[in-house]
Design a binder for this molecule. Structure first.
Ligand code: C2E
Ligand code: CA
Length: 549
């Protein structure tokens, strides 16, 4: 029997309370141990259970099962830090009681789940009101019969709340939640009900409301939260996204309503951040496609990354048009889905946590490729894309260094591009990592420079080697009326030079643009004019033709 089950701590915790139920699961064997109190109260077979997730799922109220499984899936996928949800569970008497279930995963050095441990608390009758905001909790939702009354439900989620907490701390986060909920509540018409849904999400039931009334209400909410003054005098502006569902027209049960609200909010956050989006067939289809993509991607990853491929887009030196290297861009064709473009499938990978595994595959393939080209084409600068989430993985540095050693790569030819720097919510930690990677010789690039609003801020706290100028400034440079783009790029490049950074200008689509940027002070150029991203064989033909000139 494994040590994790036999320690005194477990015994001590298990004995400490009779309405808190603790469990610990060893993931490798899928054997879990439950405290005596939980065995007795829930009528479990014994203290040790094999395949507890399925055994426990049998105890959960069918209407609440998806709340539990979705939360657990997100925790194991690494997209949610800890398991934390409320649902009804059947006890030994066959009654359903409300429990709050919390747990967390401990991972091994490879990032695989090793131990899952947590506790359940009975919350019957305890949490009608949320202790922080004083709003109703969602436990109260089961009093409503959504088939018998009409209205509109809104799920409102604050944008960037996590970033506020990491910048200013939990106290400021709490203050913001209280103030946010107060302002939203003040705007509600009489008879409407506002609930704290979870973390930074709020659920509104607007009985008898019309769509236009809700649109007006939402506009006022956005205006109200645009500048919230905190106790310390600091003003924080926050935006919110929202999903709306008409009941009973689009949902006539609590479960359906919550599902559709969550899908609509997810859609708003991804595609119309800061806006209100009502549930539609398009959203339902998008959600379905997201699930199908996720399944297909998981299957391909399991089959040794079958269907994944790297494409390469050249970096050329201005003036000479000589290929100095390339950016590695991911492509994928699934078993079922063959037409997914990178922005779509990478988002799905990021949402469920699969980007970590695929990202390491990209890292390994890019480095292997750099070395494979060395004898024929010399040292090429090879870049690959890494999101903030990937950088923050505990094993990132170790894997990078070990692949470099394994394949014999000279790190100074590897450029790691940080995509979507606006998502960085702990620049301090990232900056320390960048410094360590750079001291080992790796090169770092800040991608899409100029679009993400935080770019300039990022430049202040991160030391990098390259700035990649976003293609939206560059593409139409030669068209009339784009003088402003010229001024922006010219000044960005001047700034790079003065700060000692190299630069890569993306989006060079035609000869005219190539001529214009060629006269500026860029280190490297990239774009369809030189080549679209192409497969390895095609890229090698480009390299060959360059050599023969
Ligand atoms: P990105 O890093 O900004 O990549 C450049 C994108 O611009 C590529 O799209 C490329 O095809 C496109 N592009 C290149 N030259 C031109 C041009 O002259 N004009 C125009 N209009 N577009 C041009 P792609 O390959 O669809 O990749 C989209 C995004 O997907 C990438 O944007 C990157 O953020 C992400 N991505 C691709 N591969 C990976 C990967 O391995 N890991 C991660 N995390 N993200 C990746
Ligand atoms: Ca890139």
């Amino acid at each position: 029997m494994s040590d994790i089950f036999n320690n005194e701590l477990f015994e001590a915790f298990a004995a400490a309370s009779d309405n808190v139920y603790i469990y610990v699961c060893e993931m490798k064997t899928d054997i879990s141990r439950w405290s005596k109190a939980s065995v007795e109260y829930f009528g479990l077979e014994g203290e040790y259970l094999k395949n507890a997730a399925n055994v426990w799922a049998e105890h959960i109220h069918p209407d609440d099962l998806s709340i539990y499984t979705e939360d657990i899936d997100a925790v194991f996928a690494g997209t949610k830090r800890s398991h934390d949800c409320q649902y009804r569970a059947r006890n030994a008497l066959g009654e359903y009681v409300w429990v709050e279930c919390k747990g967390s995963v401990i991972r091994d050095a490879e990032g695989n789940p090793k131990i899952f441990a947590g506790l359940m608390t009975r919350i019957d009758g305890q949490s009608k009101y949320d202790s922080l905001t004083g709003l109703l909790t969602t436990l109260e939702l089961h009093h409503f019969d959504f088939s018998a009354q009409s209205g509109i439900a809104l799920l409102i989620g604050m944008d960037g709340f996590r970033k506020v907490v990491s910048n200013y701390g939990y106290n400021v986060g709490d203050e913001l939640l209280i103030e946010f909920s107060r302002r939203v509540k003040d705007l509600c018409a009489s008879g409407w009900k506002l609930f704290r849904f979870s973390g930074d999400e709020f659920l509104l039931l607007a009985f008898h409301a019309q769509e236009q009334q809700i649109v007006d209400f939402y506009r006022k909410v956005c205006h109200e939260i645009d500048a919230i003054e905190l106790k310390n005098g600091k003003k924080i502006g926050i935006s919110a996204s929202a999903g709306g569902v008409l009941f009973p027209k689009d949902a006539d049960s609590r479960e359906e309503l919550i599902n559709k609200l969550e899908h609509s909010l997810e859609y708003a956050k991804n595609s119309k951040r800061g806006d209100l989006v009502f549930f539609s067939e398009e959203i339902a289809k998008k959600h379905e496609r997201g699930l199908a993509l996720r399944e297909d991607l998981k299957q391909c990853i399991k089959n040794n990354f079958q269907g994944f491929e790297l494409y390469f887009q050249p970096f050329v030196s201005p003036g000479t048009d000589i290929i100095a290297g390339c950016e590695c861009l991911l492509r994928w064709k699934g078993e079922q889905i063959q037409d997914s473009y990178p922005m779509e499938f990478i988002k799905v990978l990021e949402d469920y946590g699969g980007i970590q595994e695929v990202g390491y595959w990209v890292m390994e393939q890019s480095m292997k490729q750099q070395v494979a080209w060395r004898s024929t084409y010399g040292e090429l600068k090879v870049s690959f894309n890494v999101s903030y989430q990937q950088f923050m993985d505990d094993t990132f540095e170790e894997r990078l260094v070990s692949y470099a050693e394994q394949y014999g790569v000279n790190p100074s030819y590897i450029i790691i591009e940080l995509t979507e720097s606006c998502q960085v919510d702990n620049p301090g930690e990232l900056s320390a990592l960048f410094d360590r990677l750079r001291s080992r010789g790796f090169r770092i690039a800040l991608d899409d420079f100029g679009t993400a609003y935080a770019s300039l801020e990022m430049l202040k706290c991160l030391h990098v080697d390259y700035i990649k100028v976003e293609h939206s400034f560059v593409r139409e440079l030669s068209e009339p009326g784009h003088d402003i783009d010229y001024v922006i790029i010219d000044n960005l490049l001047e700034m790079c030079k003065r700060l000692g950074y190299d630069s890569i200008v993306e989006g060079v689509e035609n000869r005219k643009v190539a001529d214009i940027v060629g006269k500026m002070d860029a280190t490297l150029l990239q774009g369809y004019y030189y080549s679209r991203p192409v497969c390895r064989e095609e890229f090698e033909k480009l390299l060959d033709s360059g050599r023969n000139e």
